[in-house]
Design a protein around this ligand. Structure first.
Ligand SMILES: *[C@@H]1O[C@H](CO)[C@@H](O)[C@H](O)[C@H]1NC(C)=O
Length: 327
């Protein structure tokens, strides 16, 4: 006997956890640069915290003297280092243990010369990161320069890390190696030596040189050029030569040309009956029709049956000619 469905459902989350491949976790694992940046962020936060902690609020000469002594002291460094890693964070503690001497050297001797800990520690010393706008093992400039990589319209592959190739992945609307060109459906709204902005065309244009439907170079599918503007084909058209139901090239299914316009066909009033079951009502709809049994009638396979006759019909049916399945 199969186990009750409810019990199986209860186990489902657990099963999913066990069956899920470990791949997503591996993908989320921080890169060496991200880990270094995390450590530096915590270190900077530690500097802020310890600065507050030992400031009494007064400004006596004594306090100032003690404070400036503490400011560069090894005691303060130890306090900062203590708060750097959660005790359960193995990777962080491992990195800290390996790099403690570097941090101490910076704190005691190099802080003035290299005030930016991230740059000194992660970029220059550990060489796991690059400065923003640069990429790869040698921290080369991204496409378009390190100031505004990819013209400010895209992401530089490997930006800020020791990885990648510095090529641009452009934002929507932009293309080209420097993301300075506009894609089809966009026009250049501003362009000078350093900046390029692309703006979306009107929905009626496939390509354009400006924002309105009069600026189309080519109309979008389903739109046609009329008096210098792209206009939408009527919903009853398949292709058109202008606006409205009178300018269709062809009519959509369920519509036919009447007095030069595509108009809904009333299937219910055609000579050939649209609804063929006995007693059935026909209702016209735009582009189609529905067949419905009248109120109180019941649906049967080949007729709408009045309630009073329902039982009679059922008894009668075996005496009717055999249904086609029996042939
Ligand atoms: C280019 O355009 C941008 C955005 O309007 C402007 O900030 C910048 O100063 C311009 N640069 C030049 C060289 O004209």
């Amino acid at each position: 006997m199969p186990p009750p469905r409810r019990a199986a459902l209860g186990l489902l989350p657990l099963l999913l956890l066990l069956l899920l491949p470990p791949a997503p976790e591996a993908a989320n694992k921080p890169t060496p640069c991200q880990r270094c940046r995390g450590l530096v962020d915590k270190f900077n936060q530690g500097m802020v915290d310890t600065a507050k902690k030992n400031f009494g609020g007064g400004n006596t000469a004594w306090e100032e003297k003690t404070l400036s002594k503490y400011e560069f002291s090894e005691i303060r460094l130890l306090e900062i280092l203590e708060g750097l890693c959660e005790s359960s964070d193995f990777e962080c503690n491992q990195m800290l243990e390996a790099q403690e001497e570097h941090l101490e050297a910076w704190w005691l001797q190099l802080k003035n010369e290299y005030p930016d800990l991230f740059e000194w520690f992660c970029v220059k010393t550990l060489k796991v990161c690059c400065l923003p706008g640069t990429y790869g093992p040698d921290c080369l400039e991204c496409q378009g320069g390190s100031q505004r990589p990819c013209s400010g319209n895209g992401h530089c592959n490997g930006d800020g890390s020791r990885q990648g190739d510095g090529s641009c992945r452009c934002h929507a609307g932009y293309q080209g190696p420097l993301c300075a060109e506009c894609m089809d459906g966009y026009f250049s709204s501003l362009r000078n030596e350093t900046h390029s902005f692309c703006t979306a065309c009107d929905e009626s244009c496939k390509t354009c040189s400006g924002p309105t439907n009069r600026d189309c170079s080519e109309c979008e599918v389903g739109w046609v050029l009329e008096e210098d503007a792209c206009v939408e084909c009527d919903s009853s058209c398949v292709g058109c030569t202008g606006e409205g139901p009178g300018n269709c090239k062809e009519c959509i299914p369920g519509y036919s040309r009447e007095l030069g316009q595509c108009a809904d066909v009333d299937e219910c009033s055609l000579a050939e009956k649209a609804c063929v079951r006995k007693n059935e009502n026909c209702y016209n709809t735009p582009g189609s029709y529905v067949c419905v049994c009248p109120d109180g009638f019941e649906e049967a396979e080949d007729a709408c049956v009045p309630p009073a006759e329902a039982e009679v019909t059922e008894e009668e049916s075996p005496t009717q000619p055999p249904a086609h399945e029996d042939l």
